[in-house]
Ligand binder design. Structure first.
Ligand SMILES: NC(=O)c1ccc[n+]([C@@H]2O[C@H](COP(=O)([O-])OP(=O)(O)OC[C@H]3O[C@@H](n4cnc5c(N)ncnc54)[C@H](O)[C@@H]3O)[C@@H](O)[C@H]2O)c1
Ligand SMILES: N[C@H](CO)Cc1c[nH]c[nH+]1
Ligand SMILES: [Zn+2]
Length: 421
């Protein structure tokens, strides 16, 4: 990790991965092929990219039962407890419909309706993510979505990870399909013989998944594009180097393109964290991934004041921000851009990945400047409601007709006037 001293204001935004021309073309071909050939195209690509020769896509009851046989029994109550924490947190996000009656009897309001059908992408290439099953499915359930179709790429033996199957079963997901990548996104958007089309697709994935989601947007809705994981730790000289190093590595191990950054006012701490990171890397099972990520996207920034450090943090707008300072809560009002904020040394980032309750699907690549993590809001829509009283229309008909004529829309004006002719 390189140490950089920062003076004054700097621009540190990372550019968004738009994929290469070859990747974009490949994704377009996949989508067209799935539209034309349906399930057959899904079988072809699953064999090509995942090495699995399948004859059916839907996970069977027998496969779920087998997953319960294979999984360590101790993990099951832990998944249940995590699911409960996540459900309780998301329950607080529920928005109610409302109606408001004016003095003249007019009723105005907003009706909240859950989406009918949602597709959930659970990544499966480099690691298994049962936690992402919980994070994507629970807010949809809390919103009241009736149909949830989950997709995830199989291993070469045609199986899905036991943790993914058990987590989905614990939540009561009935449709689980063994298909991943751009082909899974195309199937959810356009439908095939086996997979019925949905209204919205959510969930993180690699560049092929991200490009496919962008491509089908409009046909269906999508959530934001969550890219490789990121962590920024903001620390002063009270923080502990070994704890910061451990937290930086927790995100670096996700992906060679993950980004782990320390922003600190202490030169001494910066040096100590650099040494600790090297020390802790050595026996990490995913050392090579973490090392590659740190070499390319890792950094330590030293600033001369906390004010400058906060500026750097807001500039980076990270997916996850940890604040490890003497009084972390005091800094909260100055943090404008971060997907999730973890305050104090007992709030290590993986608590949020698995257990605390907030969602772990969060804005990356600086998009926390304008977007938020996955929430119940992503699974609802709002219809406005208008019920005018006779008196209200008498009072405003001339104004509305005048406005319509300002736009040259005579039929609009006559429509409101027709009630009194
Ligand atoms: N932000 C979050 O909440 C969150 C959570 C979990 C994972 N992630 C991220 O999701 C990503 C998961 O990526 P992954 O690759 O491990 O799994 P993935 O499921 O996204 O992608 C695997 C699929 O990619 C397709 N593919 C692979 N190589 C291809 C090629 N050359 N051409 C066309 N298609 C190809 C295949 O269909 C394969 O099934 C990682 O970047 C990880 O950090 C993010
Ligand atoms: N940190 C990831 C989001 O960037 C989510 C995750 C899933 N499992 C472990 N971590
Ligand atoms: Zn993580």
């Amino acid at each position: 990790m390189k140490i950089n001293k920062i003076e004054g204001t700097v621009s540190l935004r990372r550019s968004l991965d738009q994929g290469t021309e070859v990747q974009r073309k490949a994704v377009l071909n996949v989508i067209e092929h799935v539209k034309e050939a349906g399930d057959n195209a899904l079988f072809t690509y699953t064999e090509k990219w995942d090495g699995a020769k399948l004859s059916t896509l839907k996970v069977s009851k027998a496969e779920i039962e087998q997953a319960y046989q294979d999984i360590s029994p101790q993990i099951i109550p832990i998944i249940h407890e995590a699911a409960e924490n996540i459900r309780n947190f998301h329950q607080k996000q529920v928005k109610q419909s409302w109606l408001s009656t004016k003095q003249d009897g007019t009723i105005l309001g907003q009706q909240v309706t859950a989406l009918d059908a949602v597709g959930v992408y659970v990544p499966g290439g480099k690691a298994a993510y049962p936690s992402s099953v919980l994070m994507n499915v629970i807010p949809a359930q809390v919103a009241g979505v009736e149909r949830i179709a989950m997709v995830s790429p199989p291993a070469s033996d045609g199986s899905l990870p036991t943790g993914v199957l058990v987590a989905a079963d614990i939540l009561g997901v009935e449709e689980i399909y063994k298909v991943g990548g751009a082909q899974a996104i195309a199937a959810l958007a356009y439908g095939t013989e086996t997979i019925k089309a949905v209204d919205k697709i959510v969930g993180p994935g690699n560049i092929f998944v991200a490009l496919a989601k962008k491509e089908v947007y409009g046909m269906v809705d999508i959530d934001s594009i969550a890219g490789p994981s990121e962590i920024v730790v903001l620390a002063d000289d009270t923080a502990k180097a070994n704890e910061i190093a451990a937290d930086l590595l927790s995100q670096a191990e996700h992906d060679e393109r993950a980004s782990s950054v320390l922003v600190t006012t202490s030169e001494l701490l910066a040096e100590a964290v650099k040494v600790e990171v090297e020390k802790q890397l050595v026996d990490l099972p995913r050392e090579s991934i973490a090392r590659a990520a740190l070499e390319e996207y890792g950094a330590i920034y030293i600033t001369s004041s906390m004010k400058e450090a906060l500026h750097v943090v807001n500039e980076l707008a990270p997916e996850h921000l940890e604040v490890m300072t003497a009084e972390p809560m005091n800094l909260l009002p100055y943090i404008k851009h971060a997907g999730a904020i973890f305050l104090g040394r007992y709030s290590s980032e993986p608590i949020g990945d698995y257990f605390a309750g907030p969602n772990h699907v969060l804005p990356t690549n600086g998009t926390a400047r304008f977007s938020s993590g996955l929430s119940v809001d992503e699974f609802i829509k709002k219809s406005s409601i208008v019920m005018y009283s006779e008196q209200a229309l008498i009072d405003s008909v001339d104004k509305i007709a005048a406005f319509a004529r300002l736009e040259g829309l005579e039929a609009h004006a006559r429509a409101v006037e027709s009630r009194f002719k």
